[in-house]
Structures are given as C-alpha cells and as structure tokens.
Write a protein of this length. Sequence first.
Lengths: 469, 1111
Amino acid sequence: MAHDHDSFSDRPAVLDRVRPAELPRPSLVLNDRGFHWITDKVCGIVEEPTPRWWKVTFLVALFVASFTGVGLAYLVSTGTGTWGLRAPVGWGWAIVNFVFWVGIGHAGTLISAILCLLRQKWRTSINRAAEAMTIFAVMCAGIFPLFHVGRVWFAWWLFPLPNQNAIWPQFRSPLEWDVFAVSTYFTVSTLFWYMGMIPDLGAIRDRARTWWRKAFYSLLAMGWRGGNRQWSNFEMAYLLLAGLSTPLVLSVHTIVSFDFAVSNVPGWHTTIFPPYFVAGAIFSGFAMVLTLMLPLRAIYRLHDVINQYHVDNMCKIILATGTMVGYAYATEFFIAAYSGNPYEKFAFINRAFGQYAWAYWIMVSCNVITPQLFWFRKVRENHSLVWIICLFVNVGMWFERFVITITSLANDYLPSSWGYYSPTIVDIFTFFGTFGFFSVLFLLFVRFLPLLPMAEVKMVTPQADPHAH
Amino acid sequence: MSKKVFQHPAPREGAVQPWRSLEERNKSPEFLTRAEREFVDGASAAPSPVERREFLTLMGASFGLAGLGLAGCREPRHHTLPYAKQPENTIPGIPTYYASSFPGEFASQPLIVETHQHRPTKVEGNPSHAGSGRASSKFAQASVLDLYDPDRAKGSYGRDGALLAPSAVREALRALAGEAKSDAGEGLAFLARPSSSPTRRRLVKAVRAALPKARWVEYSPVAQDRAEAALGARALPDYAKARRILSIDSDFLGSGDASLEATRAYSEGRRADTVSQAESMTRLYVAESLFTLTGAAADHRLRAPSSHMSALAAAFAKEVLSLTGGPAAAIRVSGLQVDTHWIRECVRDLVDNRGRALIVAGDHLSPEAHRAVAAANAALAAPVRYVAAPDRVANASLADLAARPARTLVILGGNPAYDAPSDVRFAAAVKAAANVVRLGYHGAEFDETSALAREAKGLVLAASHYLESWSDGRAVDGTVVPVQPMIEPLFPSFTELDVIAPFAGSDKDAAALVRETFGQLSKDASDAAYAAWLAEGVLRGTVFSSVQPQLAAAGGDFSAPAVSLDALEARIVPSAHAGDGLFANNGWLAEAPDPLSRTAWENVILVSPRLAKKLSIEPEASQINELGALNRNINAVEDGKLMCRVARLTVGGVTVTGPLFIMPGLADGTVGLQLGFGRRTAGRVATRVDARLRGEVLGNGFSAYPFVTAASPDFRNGVRLELTAERVQVCNLQDHWSMEGRDILREGTVEDLRAGTDFAKLGVDGHAPAVYGKDGAMAPALKAVTTPRGNSAYEHPDHTVAPNVAVWRGHEDKFPAPQQWGMSIDLSTCTGCNACVTACQAENNIPVVGRDQVLKGRSMHWLRLDRYFSDGREHAGLEIPEDPQITFMGVACQHCETAPCETVCPANATVHDEQGLNTMAYNRCIGTRYCANNCPYKVRRFNFLDYNKREAGHYYQGPLGPEKAVKDPADLPQMQKNPDVSVRMRGVMEKCTYCVQRIQEAKIRAKVRAKDSGDVRIPDGALQVACQQACPAGAIEFGDITDPNSRVAKAKASSRSYGALTYLNTRPRTTYQARLRNLNPRMPGARKAPNTRLELDGRAHGPSHAEGAHK
C-alpha cells in the first residue's frame, strides 16, 4: 500500500487537466414533479370516491375467493381424497401452489430490504406495493400447507406448545422448519411493510376530512408527527428491519426448498435447490410485481414515478434470475448424469421426455426462453409485451414447482408403484380461488393504504437534494 | 393448636421395664415430653401455612377455571349388564381359538379360527395337519368376511314370498320329503356343489336308499375330479419328493383346493442356500396357455394352446415311454406345432431323474391324456400316490336335470342360475318344477339362483356360513376334519345337512349327524375322542388308503385342433378374485389384485401381444423409451388410466364382450377369460357402485359363462374376436410391467450359486454395505443393536435404560436387551398366491376402498405383491415381451433402522421403538403425507377418505352421506374387526406394523411365563406375523435377528440375502433372499442368467459390478 501512496504523490499531471464526465443518473421521478404533486397523487388514490372499476373488481375478486372457501370447506368436511392425490404422489397441487405463492412473496421484501441495503433508490416507487403483494402472497401460500394435512384440526401440533403428553414437534422435519421460516417471514415482512407506511399514514391522517378516516388513520399512524427525532428513529428502525429481513428473504425459500432437498426422492434430493429456489422465487416475484404494477400505473397514471427506468431494472432482474434458473435446470441434468446413479438419471430424463414432458417443456419455454426477450430494449419498452412475458414467467414458475413435485414423486424407486397424478376440480377451484383472495386483499390495500411510499419517493426526487452534484 | 397428651398407663411395680432408648431409660425430660405427644414435632403444623386470603384466592381461581373448562360436564353414562355368571374360558380381551375347516368342493382346509368374544375374526391354518400346517389360502382367509356380508340372506321365505319361521321351514321340508316318499323320489332331484363332507355323503346315500329314484346332481363349473374319473383313482403327487416336475396346463400352485398343500410341498424343494442344497433343487417345467402362478414359478415355460394340451401331454408321455422303453407306439400325436427340442430335452431331464420326476396334468385334459400321463409317471417311477377317491354319490348330470325336469328340485348352495353351462337350460328346469327349494347364502335380492327360485315360487332358505355350521370334510390327504360353529348363526339359517336330513328320514340336527359320522369313521367313537377331534381339528389315521389304479395301456390318437391368430381359442379359468363366482361379494378378494395382471374388481379378456398387434393395437409396452424416459403411451395407459379396447368374442353364436388386456406370455392364439364376474343379481361388492347409485344392478366385469358348455367347460375353439370402437378404463394396481433393469429384485441361477457369484449384491445396491463403514463386516445381529438408528429427536430426560432404579443395580442380567425384530422374504419360494395380502387385510383391519378408489391409486394394502415381467433385453420396454419371466416381490414396510419417514414427520407421529420397529402413532398423525413421499419403498398408505366410516359410493358426500358403521353397532362388517388393532380414521397414514399387536401379545405371554426368572424373551417361532403364518410357501420368516439361531437370522445370513435399495442407507429390517432359478442349460432358450439380471447387466453396469469389484 505504501507504493500507492507514493504513486499518489506523483500522479500524472494530465489528471489535473481532465475532469471525468459524470454519467447522468436517470431521474427516478419524471417531469419535475414536486412534493405536493406526489402527496396529492398518492393520497388522492385513497381519498377519491371509490371508483366503479374498483367496486366491480372487488366483487368479482370476492366471488373468485369464495371458490377457495367452498373448496376448503368441502376438503375439511370430506377428506383429502377430494383432491387428486394418490399413491405415490402424496403432494399435489397444494404444495405446488404453496411454493408458487411463497415464491411470489419474495420480491417485496427483497425490493425493500436487499435493495435498500444496496442503496438502490429506484426501489422506492415500487416497494410498498411489492411488499403488500408479498404479504398477501404469503397468506395465500399459508393456506395450502395448512389445509393439505389430513387432519387440519390438529395442525396446531406443529407448534411447539407445551402439552401434557410431553410430545414436541419433530425438529428434524423440514416441514417443521417451514412452519418457523414462513411464519417468521410473514411476521417480519408485515412489520417492515407497516413500519414503512407510518409516515405516509400520518400524511393521509393529516389530510383526512371525515372523523372516521381521521380515527382510522390516526390509529394506524401511531402518533407520527414527522419530527426529527421520529425521523431519525424511523430511519434506524427501517435499516435494522431491512438488515433483519435480508437473510429471511434468502432463508425462507431455502427452507422451502429443503422440503424437497432433504428428502431422498430422486429429483428432490439435490444440493442445488436452495440457490435455485431463491433465484426462482425472485424471478417469479419480480414478474408478479410487474404484472400488478403495470396495470396500476396505467389506472392511476403513475407514469412519472414508475417510469421506464423502473420497468427496465425489473426486466433485467427477471432476465438475470431467469437465466440462473435455466442454468440450474442444466446443472441438474449434468449432476444426474455425473452421479452415475440410475435412479437420478432416470428422474431427470423422465422429466424432460416422460409422461409429464409437456409440463417440463411449458416450464422451460416460459422460464428460460421467454425472459431472454428482455435482452432487447424494444421489448422492455413495450409494456404490453412486458406484461405478457411476466404472465408467462408466472405460469412457467408454477409449472416448475409442478414438475419438481409431481414428476419426482410419480416415478421414483420402485417401478411397481409408479402412478400418474392429475388434479380434481376441487384442486383447481381451490387454487383459482386464491387469486381472488389475493385480489381482495390487494384491492383493499390499493383503496385504503398508500400505494406508493410518498416520503421515500420524495427523498429521491431532485428537489429533495437541491445542493446535489 | 391444642396437643393431645397421651396418658400412658402407670408401670406395674416390680415388673421388668422395657426401654426403647437410652433417653427413656435415663428418663430425660426431652424424651418425656416427646413421648407424651401423639405426633412428632411439627406434624400438626402445615409446612407453609396458607393464609385464609391466599386459600380463598387459590380456591376461587380453581373453581372458576374448573367451571371455565367445563370439567363438570361428563360423557353420558351408559349402563351395561355385567356377567352374572362368568362364562367358562372367556376372558374379555383374550381371543379364543377353535379348530374347524374351510369346506372345499374337492378337499377341505383345516383351520384354527380366532374368535374375540365369540366373534370369529381371523382364520389360520391348523398346524396339527402336517400337509397344510399353519398356512391358509386367500379364499379361506377371506371367508371370514363373508360371514359378515351385509347382503347375506337374513331369513327364509316361503312360496308366497313371506318370511318363514325356522319351524315352518322344517315343516315344509318334512312335507316335501313325505310327498317324495310316495313315489320313491321319482320327481325329486337335488342339485348341489360337490363336497368332501363324509356326513353329507352318508346322508345322500341315505336319501338314495330311502328314495331310490331320487336324483342327486353335483355340479361345479370348475370340476376338480376329472383326472380321477379318468384313472379310477385319485392321484396325490408328492411335490416335496419330486425334483423334476413337468406341469401340463396344470396350475397346481395357483388354483384348486389342493394348491395350498402343493405349494407347501413344492417350496420345500425350492429352498436352497448352499451348493449342495441347490444340487437337489426342484426344477419346474411348465407348458401352459395362459400365464398362471405355476407358470410364473417355472424355470422353463412352454406356451401352447389349451386345446393342444392333451396332445402335448401325449407327446410328452410318448417321449417318456420311448426313452424308458415303454409302449410308446400306441400313442399317436398329430397336428401339434411345438418345439420338439423342448419336449426332448425336458423329457431327458425327467428320465435322468427317474424316481424323482413327476408329470402333472391339468384337469381339463382328456381322459386318454390323463391315462398317458399316468403311464409316463409310472415309467418315471414318479412320486405319486394313488388313493381310492371317495365314492361318487351323484347319479345324474346337470344336463340330465335340464332334459328331464324334476317335480321337486332342491338346490343346495352354488349358483347354477349364473354358472350353469350355457347349453344347459337350467332356468327352464327350475321353472318347470312344481316345488323348488333353494338354500342360498344370498337371498333372492342378491343371487341369481335364489331370484330364480323366488320367481318359480319356491322356498328360498338362508344358508348358514361354515363358521356357524356343523359339518365335516376331508383334507387333501383324506384326513377327516370338523366344521364346527364359532358363533350362533347371525340370522335364522340352515345348513345343507339340515335340508337333506328330512329327505333321508332323519330328524337329527347337523351336530348329531356329524357326531354320528365321527362314530363311524373313528376307531375310537367315545365322547372323549370326539372332543379331542373337535379340539385338535384332525382325525388321525383317516388319510386315504393307497390303491394301485388299474390303468389301461396308454394309447390313442391325439390330434390338436388348429389354433392360430386366425383361429383363436378361448381358455376359461376361475378368476383370482371371485373364483367361479362364489366369492364375488367378498371385498377383500375383489380388491386383492390378480397377481399376474394386477387387475382388481373386474375381469378382462387376456390376449397375447402378438394377437394385439394383429388387431393393430400397438402398445409400447414398457414405459421407458430409448431415451430412458417414461413413455406416455404405455400399454394403453393414458394419464395413469389403463384404457382398454373393448372386444367382442363370438363362438357358436354366443358373444361375450369385455376389455382387452394385453398379457405377455400367453400362447399366441389363446384368449384368456376369467369366471366369476358379470353377475346379474348380486350384492354390493359384486356390482358396480356407480350403477347402484343410479338404481341399476351392473355386475363388475363381464360373465364368461356364456362360453362354458357342458361338453367343453374349460376352453372353446374357433373363437372370433372383433374389436369395438369402445374403450373402457380397467382397474389395475400396477401400471408398470418392467423393473427397468433396476436392482430391486435379485435373481440368480443354481449355476451362479455353484460358481460363487454374489448375485444378491448387484448394481447400485452392491455398494450398500459400504455405508456401514467399518461395521460392514459386522454380524447383522450386532449391527441391529449397535449402529445408530432412527429414534425420536429428543429422548425423555428421565428415560434411562433399564435397570434404571438403584435397587436393581447388580441385577443387570434380569434386564435382557430388547429383542430386535426383522423379516426375511424368500423370493425363491414365493409363488405370488396373495394369501399374505389377504391375511394382512384380515388381521389389521385394512379397509376395502372400492373400485373407484383403486382406480385413483388409493388401495390400502399394507403388503402388496409387486409383479415384474422381464425378457432379458436391456430396453425391454420398446416391445411387449412375448415370452417373459415373471417375478413377484412382496413389499411391506421394511422397518428401516434409519427410516427416511421418521425424520420428515413434523408431528413426530412415526418413530422407532427399542425393538427396531418403525412405529406409527395414528393418534399423533396429522396427515402431511411427507413420510409416504420419502419412503423409497412406497409402502405407506393414506386414508384419503373415510374408508372405515362410509361405504363405497358415499365417500365424497362427506358428513352429508350415510355412515355405515359408527352409529350402528350391529353393522355386520364391523364385527369382523380385530379388536387388537385400531381402526384408522381419514387423514391418517398407516402401514405395516410387523403385527405389533401380536408382538405385544407374545411379550405378555412371555412375561407371564417368565415369572421371576427374568427370561422374558419370546422364543423363536412362538410369534408369527399374519403374512408369515398364512404363507403356504414358508417364504416369510420373522423373528429376533439378534438370536443367531432364529430362523430369520439364519435366512438373513444366507448368501442370497439382500436388502432392497439399501444404498439409501435405510438399513431395512425386512430383507429378501434372492430368487434362485434352476435352469437346465440344455433347454432351448435357456440363458445364462435370469432375465432381470440380464436387463440389469445390460442397463447399468457390467456383469461384474458387484460390491467385491470395488474392494
């Protein structure tokens, strides 16, 4: 290092004469929108009279959600046999849906926590909605492992509650780890989401005109006054929660992947699963964020705060994680071939060419091939196309979980026990209904809570830093 | 508090003063005050005085909380009446066992019946009978369920259809008997199934003496006595002595009343672990048209049409006679198209083993063929004993009955309206009779013959089950065995003897008649001897006496009709589920898959792959294609559904329609038909549930009886097959045919054993012992207790190994280490007979889930018999093999020492016990099914729906559907349940427990016996699990693997022993003994190794890739 110091002293003279050009950073808020505009825009969404489209959509979502309710009622009253499960496929759509929804629930906390720590300022305009999406997706996810058990009324045995039988849960079981991983993730994500909302809730409260709005938002704002001390505490708490959430983002899907990786089923028993699942989860999560944000942006005309730069970034993350997932698919094949284990080899060849080959190729084309279009700027700028590709990614990621769960179970060690799984109408409706459930929650969020983090968006506007370089 | 002061009486003057302590003697003041007090210091003071307020606080809270928890609400109290007088020998909870027998048409099966509080729940073989031992057949096992058949006749009905009291029935029978007497029985005819009962035989003779003109007809669709009719004597082959067996279309291991004992004897000769044992191992040659259990057991198998079998038998006999210098010229064979090389080499082997070679011929062969076989057996000095067959009592045939209808027709048992030959107009004969008496186990609602009798305005009497009846029978060797009631008849019902007796002029009841017969048959007719017979279940010294049959010289012209893909032949056999139809309403049998086709609940038309190809059904047989992936178009399996083309078979203007099932190994031109299905009037099991819910009666499967004629009940030539456009789903339990060259099931040859090839350790699993590390060479018994194994993640902190109490220190010898249970299954002797599967179902309260659920892949069998076809080619799957080998593998929970299921259960519901059992706590199970996913053997079964609570067809109605049992204590099938085993609810996983209830029972017995000796170990053989007990081949050994002298430890020490999938480090407690094939290298098509091995070698590794290769 001493050498460096020396060289510093005799730095080339030319450096004094040149001035390195600063790369222009893309503006995060376009059209020179000021603080007031942002406040009006975001609070306006909550304050405006309930739009008709919202009412209609909400009713439709409620109706769709009732499918889950009816499906679960039938399931609990009659038995798990109402689903398409059979020997040897003990886990069917329920677990597929669980992993699918948990995966979707990855983007929000990743955006708010990891991108926060990495000082990615573009995250601000999308993080609130993404976090809400995370929480609602985890709620949808939670339905499935809970109700897939044969005797749901005893599901509380999964919690380590002291009891007179002195029986504890089995702490070696990945399902038990799931219980902790998912519930922790849900709790911390909810805290994080809510805490981040407090300043904005304060703003809404301050603008409230009716007594009940005032009461409601006062309660939620927890006495936020926007003082320096509060801001300082807020910033610190936000940072701490971001730090706490960051490992959770990685751990929750890692542990979900352990459900498979810790077992000995060929096709599940794979060490690549944790990073592969996390990459897949981020992949599907970002796709879902775009799926939701693009229509919202159009409806509420948020083009200035959620602009091409945001869409670009998200598309690039989708492209990167999609490629990682594709790489993982390839690695699985390589390792299976390299293992010399005929059971492993068969499991993977069977995935691609066996009885579920259709699902495998849907997965590959949606997850590996479609996101490659994001290499092209023209594609990233065509938001309809982006939206459609994101839908494909979501479909592909659902099929990824289907392929992993079903094909491995359907054809494992003993050919005598091989079988074919197909879902029943109850499976399909219960899953379909969760989209309604998700939409109900999301619509309520859009209607009653600040869709964008006003305070944070304001911080990244040029006006927030007038003396900036 | 005041203290009570004791006033001791004053001591007498001068008396010796005893003293308790030096203090007393010294009269120390401390002592005196202490002695005055009743209690020691501080005894009256509470250790921590509770203040009044504290007391009220605590009690108030207690009462409050008690009220909150509703602890005051009790379950409603039911009063039951206790025994006023304890019945003798009845201890609630302890089963009672009685000897009885399962009546067969040809021979009865000696049984011991387990009863719980006088409910028969399970049957076992009677070990007092050497021939059958503890073994029992699947039909005997399943017969218990028939007793509780909810569709059985619950009363007798008169001519007008009104319910008749038993006394009125007897009155009516006496009236008919009196009427018959008037014309010496001219118009009277009886129709019954054949029976081995001496009492019935005696009664029939009495009837014929009393009513000389009466006709007695015996009819069985699958007659088992045709060979003896041809020979004039019954042949009892000694399969244990035979070292070379040639079976000519005789499924002696798989069907017929003698198959149980045949399997037992045959398996004796197949058990070989050492080279010297292998040298004298039995070799089995089979010529057959369909694939049977015998064919699956064969070392060499020849496919030929059934209608060629008589000619083929003659050709074999001719070859035997010509090699042994007998009169071969009289046998002239024509039209046979068969590999003469096969015949020549096979016969050479037989002749080389003169004195220990045996030919058995199927019952359906012609009398001439039977005589030729007998001559060949004589020339081979075959181990066959000829015995005098019981004299025939029938004096008319069914055809005769149809041609000349009786005025009074008594139909006893059977179901001739369903199973009579199609060219016999049986219904007309019944309708022509003025008086019809029908004794049927099912009433007019659920039985074709009873319905016909009802239509003909006859008496329809309810028959008793054999477990409620007095009767007797003869075992295969002739031993007289009793049939005694285990339970008062559940419904007012009658036995055959009850119905026949009035016609014989006897007013005795069945019990008295049996007693009388005993008096005639036994040397000692005393009551004591009678009681001993009933207790032991066999009458010694009553085996059939040997005779020398008067054999006419073998000869004649044998011509084989043309059978080809264009001129088909239909072979008609009883089905594995329903037999000839009598067991059609038995759920256990319906659900136990056919061991070969693995279909359940229905029958199919079996066709050869070549015929299928000709019909342009192009299945891709095995599912693995060139890429090594599973093919979607597997033998017409679409999305897991076995979709079969429906075909119409026509012969002689009669048509039978059913689904085509392509079965490898069939003779090319033979079409297989199974009897016992397609019932028109039948109970809930024999009919389709979906149809019943629509209000129709539609039997499972189709009836093959239209093809059965009086002249040709076994096969029909000139069958025409037309494919229809229809496709139906067939219920099967195993889609996959091939083992795909995996090393799950190991096979070797006698040659391998001689050469020392370690064929039991092959493939990936060949590496498995390495996972034990340096313990690899350790004795299995030691491994069982020293290597770590699955247990709970946390042990109870207070739990230490016994002796865990200080006073027992120094007596460690009184606490022997727990016994370690293990099982070994010998694939060499297993014939795939399904007795174990049914026994397991009976013992463990395994529900019948019904066709619909089986179709969905949810059968509940804890023990299943996997069947694999192999033809020795690497990618066997691209073509359906035409001439494959079959191997069976019984798979139940393997009780892995490091069980993959245990670690993944989040609820801790499946854990290991200290005796090495992988136990399942149903109460704790919440049903995540993770354990089933993680079980590589796929033996865990999940209660997807309320199979025990609801009836098939109502599963999906949930709480809205009717409940079959829970609310009705008189629900019949519920009465079969074994009270020692929990009945599982929905949402719970279950699996083989190694019959833990039997282990517990044996432990209690051992502890009672041990008293203070501390010897609480269960001796080897004192404990048998249900499958082991039933197995006629003795293929299953179970016991303590830490005892090196136990049979299971010896089996595990065999060089053939291996564990399946042990490379996963599961360390299964159930291991297998590799199948040994005894190939004759001179036979055409004989390969060096079994086909599964050839596939494995070709698929994954070189042939030398055993564990040793890596040392």
